[in-house]
Design a protein around this ligand. Structure first.
Ligand code: IPD
Ligand code: CA
Ligand code: CA
Length: 314
């Protein structure tokens, strides 16, 4: 049976032995074959988040173990690395999620999950920052998010070396190790600290070095930390005031997206349209520097990417 997405408000939870069952509002005539015994949508995001947290902690433990060993590096592309740690972490995540939620789809980077037509889809990056990991630089993370009908409702980003766990459930705020976090109050691009990342595929075709140059001269600086999930978590925690990147995949962004939104930030594309998971470009900020960054980026996007960078006019 094809899955059907309905508005959250049209579903009511009902307690049953061993769990909670969804009940549709009488006005909704649907068969909920894939819902049974999954957490109710009233407290669903939080219940799902708890599973995501438990799963990220387990995966993080694997990454810590693997980080203590010499990495086994293979190449998926030019500079697209994959290690034993990516695979082990992903297997553990997929095993746990599919045990809890057999009907859910799992879109995981290394392809071990089963991605199919489903109302709920997990977006999993088992090791975001593989290049850092492979070089012994302790800036990498596990990123796990759950989307309901393509809307992210829960997300976790975990740096297992610093033991920092960022988590958010839709409507319930964002936390770092259990403490509420919020985006920064930095009001202007000129006084902001930004971050970005560069693709591991078709590197020469990426225009981002021009954006990097321009934004560096307009701000306090631009960091390039090598884990998009942590970059977004850092915007949510107020460490960075803005982040942009081209060509990120859904599993890179899904968890970070809800962290930023729940921490009070803003995520769009360069035209100001709400960011769609898997969209070609993401701009995530504290909200206050958003328009300034967006207009600079839009202006840059209209220039010939092959031309050398020009000095920004202030
Ligand atoms: C990469 C990281 C990096 C970003 C790259 C991603 P991976 O993910 O998120 O920060 O700049 O575009 O591919 O390959 O380490 O999971
Ligand atoms: Ca990634
Ligand atoms: Ca990865």
């Amino acid at each position: 049976m094809a899955t059907v997405c309905v508005a959250v408000g049209l579903l009511k939870p009902r307690s049953v032995k061993g769990g909670v069952l969804f009940q549709a509002h009488p006005s909704v005539k649907l068969a909920f074959s894939s819902f049974s015994l999954e957490p109710a949508l009233s407290d669903n995001a939080k219940s799902f988040l708890n599973v995501a947290i438990e799963t990220a902690l387990e995966a993080g433990k694997i990454l810590r173990e693997e980080f203590a060993r010499p990495p086994e590096i293979k190449y998926k592309g030019d500079v697209d690395l994959v290690t034993q740690a990516d695979k082990r972490s992903e297997q553990a995540i997929v095993d746990r999620l599919s045990k809890y939620f057999p009907a859910h789809a799992i879109a995981a980077e290394e392809g071990l999950g089963s991605d199919h037509d489903a109302e709920y889809r997990w977006h999993v990056d088992p090791l975001d920052g593989t290049t850092n990991f492979a070089h012994g630089y302790p800036c990498f993370s596990v990123s796990i998010a759950l989307a309901h009908c393509d809307k992210v409702i829960a997300g976790v980003v975990y740096n297992p070396i610093y033991e920092e766990l960022f988590a958010a459930a839709r409507g319930d705020g964002a936390t770092l190790n259990g403490n509420k976090i919020s985006v920064s109050k930095v009001p202007s691009l000129a006084t902001s600290l930004l971050c970005t990342g560069f693709p591991v595929h078709k590197r020469k075709a990426s225009p981002n070095i021009h954006y990097y140059y321009d934004f560096t001269l307009r701000s306090h600086g631009v960091r390039r930390d090598g884990s998009a999930a942590l970059d977004l978590a850092s915007v949510a925690a107020g460490r960075f005031d803005g982040f942009w990147e081209f060509g990120l995949k859904r599993w890179d962004v899904a968890a970070g997206l809800i962290l930023v939104e729940e921490a009070g930030g803003k995520i769009t594309d360069f035209h100001g349209a709400p960011y769609q998971l898997g969209g070609p470009v993401v701009l995530a900020t504290n909200g206050l520097v958003h328009e300034e960054m967006r207009l600079v980026a839009l202006d840059l996007s209209r220039r010939d990417p092959a031309s050398p960078p020009q000095n920004p006019t202030f």
